[in-house]
Design a binder for this molecule. Structure first.
Ligand code: AHR
Length: 348
């Protein structure tokens, strides 16, 4: 029995030492779930480590969706860089690998670690009441980053930082309407983002409402490509197989799917950007390059550079201040020549 106890004690000490070393390696950022099964690792962290710092640092637990797109990676980089640049901040980063259950586990771990602020990029809109209720109960403010949630209890988060996805959908539609004219007959295929994500739902709504009064405009096919390049290509291949020459426009909910669609169109033997007009959302550098190459037509910007703002918000909240309910990003539309001119200025 004594031997068993001694063994257990040693195991706990080694685990504690390992966690402490991992924390020191990064300059203010701890990655607890980057590559492995986040659920398991996140659970381990909660029981072996407490994030509260004695040095007065603000500890932010950030539950990120994953790394499905260039945009997502740029957002992760922005948050980590801003935390690393601020000596007053310690960031605990958790990658949910596209699973809501992993995000819920990560949030519970942040609560157990007594972080000062929780930042959540929610993979889907619904199903957050219980866990965010637990964060509220623990007195930890929650900041929604880039995607929103649907809840009747507005007190579950203090602010939403990000873009207006409905407006983005409207702007994408407006580009097409300006290009073809209101009286044209236009067959559109839509590559949707992740089902249940606010970015997908709202971009669909905004686009549909903008073309609603135009009788010649029809969305002939609409399917999820999950915000990834590979699925965007796969779904576009299926659209081309069934509707080929009928398609006038691809409306993709993000640039990665549009870039996948471009590949599919080329392989099919049509000219993307010419035979089929391509409009999407995000404003990643790859989209600007595709526009410069004449293979794409328009991208609606949606900035992922939310890191510095998040650090400011965290500081304000810890200081007992108040923040706006929606800290809205200022985004622009880049099409054709204007996009080519902008290309050298892009930072993500
Ligand atoms: O929530 C923002 C969206 O999520 C971006 O448009 C997309 O690229 C990302 O995956």
């Amino acid at each position: 029995m004594k031997k068993l106890l001694a063994l257990l004690l040693t195991a706990v000490m080694v685990a504690g030492l390992f966690t402490a070393c991992a924390k020191e390696e990064a300059t203010g950022t701890t990655t607890d779930t980057a590559t492995t099964d986040s659920a398991t690792t996140a659970d381990d962290t909660a029981t072996t480590d407490s994030a509260s710092t004695d040095d007065g640092k603000i500890v932010i637990g950030f539950s990120q969706i994953g790394a499905e797109s260039g945009w997502r990676t740029a957002e992760t980089d922005s948050v980590i860089a801003a935390a690393d640049a601020d000596p007053n901040i310690e960031l605990i980063f958790s990658d949910a690998q596209q699973k809501q259950e992993n995000q819920i586990k990560a949030i519970r771990n942040f609560i157990a670690q007594e972080v000062d602020v929780i930042a959540l990029a929610p993979v889907v809109e619904s199903g957050w009441e219980t866990v965010l209720g637990e964060a509220k109960e623990a007195g930890i403010p929650v900041v929604l980053l880039d995607r929103g949630i649907v809840t009747e209890d507005e007190s579950l988060y203090v602010t939403f930082m990000g873009s207006d996805f409905i407006v983005e959908g409207e702007l994408a539609a407006q580009y097409i309407i300006d290009k073809f004219g209101e009286d044209a007959e236009v067959n559109i295929v839509e590559l949707q983002g992740t089902v249940g994500a606010s970015a997908a739902t709202d971009r669909m709504t905004g686009f549909a409402s903008a073309i609603a009064g135009l009788s010649g405009y029809e969305i002939i096919k609409s399917q999820t490509g999950d915000f990834t390049r590979s699925k965007g290509k796969e779904v576009m291949e299926a659209f081309l197989k069934s509707d080929g020459e009928m398609i006038d426009v691809v409306y993709a909910h993000n640039d990665d799917m549009a870039l996948g669609a471009i590949q599919a169109i080329e392989e099919y033997g049509l000219v993307p950007g010419v035979d089929i007009i391509i409009v999407s959302i995000d404003g990643v550098v790859g989209a600007f390059e595709a526009i410069a190459d004449g293979k794409m037509n328009c991208t609606v910007e949606c900035t992922p550079l939310l890191g510095p703002g998040l650090m400011e918000v965290a500081q304000t909240l810890v200081d007992g201040g108040t923040v706006e309910r929606w800290i809205k990003s200022n985004d622009r539309v880049f099409a054709d020549e204007a996009a080519v001119e902008e290309l050298p200025n892009r930072v993500y």
